[in-house]
Structures are given as structure tokens and as C-alpha cells.
Ligand binder design. Structure first.
Ligand SMILES: CC(C)(CO)[C@@H](O)C(=O)[O-]
Length: 351
């Protein structure tokens, strides 16, 4: 397919999920990918990406999508053709000072044309996008992939790339694009992604349930991995970490999810407890972030479920403790990064 006939995809975020997505889309030859790199830009521009993937090949070197960009393009000012899709794979950290990601991407979004796919974990992540871009389809992508960036531009992909793409429900009173158009855009993206024949993503008709299902794993394993910096295999080998922490946290997520209207299989937690290959010493992303001194996605993965539990009157004692511990970890990282100053506020009762 000539480049003029390919879908134009702008990928924001070149961590492991973004890199594998860029490779899958380019391999299918139906999409031309422009990828925005931040900290790894220099290495990737010079050497391309190196990928060791169970699905795309073990020794891929110098992989270069159609374009490698350092900054988010401004479609109008640069007189570019509109992007068909903008795919966000960055970490979602709403507790950071502005600008937020929806402000940063605005110059690359053409109203009524660009579909925005949030390939990110967590709850309520779509709200700021629905408000900022009321005329654009806002799509949900929930990914189940075992992958990590070993060093800038070098990605190890060990667990199959499976994801579910659908349309976020919207309760906003603002005018929105017709649901049929958004659904069509979601299905088209799945088709672009699967075109290489190496992976099988699926259209998702029930975004709410899918997002909650993924939280069964993320709110529990990611949180404990961040607190203990321990891989999921070792947690299972210990017995008590699963019995006293992981399973109770999972059951709380399932209870909140059901109260919120999500439909989950009875024993989905037992499947997630065993999902990782214990031999691979898999450290969930929040654990990787803490080890690298990075901020963690605690608000969308744990904070929002805890707030939903409060709203719906569902007890969540384990999640509340995990949330407080993670907030403490986040505060330490913020201080180390100069984003928080250790001082008493005027109304602090503990001074
Ligand atoms: C697939 C998965 C749920 C288990 O490894 C995890 O890697 C993730 O968060 O995608």
C-alpha cells in the first residue's frame, strides 16, 4: 500500500507498549506511524529501536517507523495532513503539575477527524479528553502485554500482545460524534493493528467491564510490586503475599466493579493470580517505575477505584492501605524530583 493510502497514526510515548505498537502497525503495512520520543529520542534517531519480541522476532535492530519526532507536531502551523489516529501510550499521572497530556496533544488533533485512542490503564482517564475534544471519537485501549524497556530504545517483549479497543461511554452533556462513527474508528484501528497477522487485538463492546477486569491485576500486583519491588513469581512463591494482600485487593476491586455495573467472571482473580510466567521474574510496570525513581500511575489505578468504593459504599480496606502507602512513595519521588517541598501548610494539625 502506498504511503498516501495508509492511515496516519501519531503515537505519543515510545516506551515498550508504544514501541511494540509502532512495530505491529508498520508490519501490517496499512498504517504510517509517526512516533514522538522524549528521553530516548537521541538514541532512537541514531540507532532506531532494538526489539526482542516473542511475536515480531527475537533480534530486530534499527527499527524505524515512518517518522521519529522529538516534539508533538502542530498540524495547522506545519500544514500537515490530519492524523487519522492519535494513540497515547504514556504513563497517566494526573497528580503532576500542568500541562496535562490533553493540553500537550491538542495541536496534533484535528477536530471531528482525529480519533484519540488512550492505550493506558486505569479509570476515568477519558474524562479530560472528552471535555477537551468533544467532536472527536475517544477510544479505550486496554492492553495485556508483558514488555519492558531495558534501556533507551531497547525493548524486551515476553508476554503476548493482546488488547481490547472500544468506545468510551460518555455522560457529558456536550455534543459528541455519532456513536456509529466512533465504533467504526475503533474497529478500523483493530484491523490496522492485526494486519501483520502476528497479533490478535479485539473490538471491545463493553469498555467499562474490560477496564475494571484489568484493574483486578493492576490495582493489586502493580501496587504490591511498587511497595515491595518484587516480581509476581516471587509473590506467588511466598504464599502469604497472595493470601494476605493480592487476593483481598483483587476481591475488593471485583466488588467495586460489580457495584459500578461491570460484568466480571466469578473467578477472574484466580486467572490473574497465575497469568505471569513465574520463571520470567516479571516486575509489573509500577515496580519498574519505583526502581527507576519514576513517578507512578497511582491515581488512575488505585485512587479512582478507592474513590468509586467510597461513592458506592463498598468496603475496600486493603486498597485504602495500599493507596496510602503508594501516596507516600509518590511524595518521596516528587520531593526527589523537586516537585514537592517538605514544609508544613498553615492548616496542618500535625505541626
Ligand atoms: C498482561 C499483564 C496483565 C500480566 O503480565 C500485565 O503485564 C499488564 O499489565 O499488561
Amino acid at each position: 500500500m502506498s504511503i498516501a493510502n495508509k492511515a496516519r497514526v501519531l503515537l505519543i510515548g515510545s516506551g515498550s507498549v508504544g514501541t511494540i505498537a509502532a512495530h505491529a502497525l508498520e508490519a501490517g503495512r496499512k498504517a504510517a506511524v509517526s512516533i514522538v520520543c522524549r528521553s530516548n529520542y537521541d538514541v532512537v534517531k541514531r540507532e532506531g529501536f532494538s526489539i526482542d519480541s516473542i511475536e515480531h522476532g527475537r533480534d530486530i535492530t534499527n527499527f524505524r517507523p515512518t517518522e521519529i519526532l522529538k516534539t508533538i507536531p502542530d498540524v495547522r502551523k506545519e500544514n500537515l495532513q490530519p492524523y487519522d489516529y492519535l494513540v497515547v501510550t504514556t504513563k497517566n499521572i494526573p497528580d503532576l503539575p500542568p500541562p496535562s497530556i490533553h493540553d500537550l496533544v491538542a495541536p496534533a488533533v484535528t477536530p471531528s477527524v482525529t480519533s484519540i485512542l488512550l492505550l493506558q490503564n486505569g479509570l476515568n482517564i477519558e474524562k479530560p479528553f472528552q471535555n477537551a475534544f468533544p467532536r472527536n471519537p475517544i477510544l479505550s485501549g486496554v492492553s495485556l502485554i508483558g514488555s519492558r524497556q531495558l534501556s533507551p530504545g531497547k525493548v524486551l517483549h515476553t508476554g503476548r500482545d493482546k488488547a481490547f479497543v472500544g468506545v468510551f461511554p460518555s455522560s457529558s452533556p456536550q455534543p459528541k460524534p455519532p456513536i456509529q462513527k466512533s465504533e467504526l474508528q475503533a474497529r478500523r484501528f483493530v484491523d490496522l493493528y492485526n494486519a501483520s497477522g502476528r497479533v490478535r487485538w479485539e473490538y471491545d463492546a463493553d469498555v467499562l467491564s474490560t477496564r475494571w477486569r484489568k484493574l483486578v491485576y493492576n490495582a493489586s500486583f502493580n501496587s504490591i510490586a511498587a511497595i515491595l519491588q518484587m516480581d509476581t513469581g516471587r509473590m506467588r512463591m511466598s504464599h502469604f503475599i497472595i493470601k494476605d494482600l493480592i487476593r483481598p485487593a483483587m476481591l475488593e476491586i471485583m466488588a467495586i466493579a460489580r457495584a459500578a455495573g461491570a460484568v466480571l467472571e466469578e473467578d477472574v482473580h484466580e486467572m490473574f493470580i497465575r497469568i505471569d510466567d513465574a520463571d520470567k521474574a516479571y516486575l509489573p510496570s509500577m515496580g519498574q517505575d519505583v526502581m527507576r525513581g519514576n513517578l507512578i500511575e497511582l491515581e488512575t489505578i488505585v485512587g479512582e477505584p478507592v474513590r468509586e468504593a467510597e461513592r458506592l459504599g463498598v468496603p475496600a480496606p486493603t486498597l485504602r492501605v495500599l493507596y496510602s502507602l503508594l501516596r507516600g512513595i509518590q511524595l518521596k519521588t516528587k520531593e526527589a524530583k523537586g516537585l514537592w517541598e517538605a514544609k508544613f501548610d498553615d492548616d496542618n494539625p500535625y505541626r
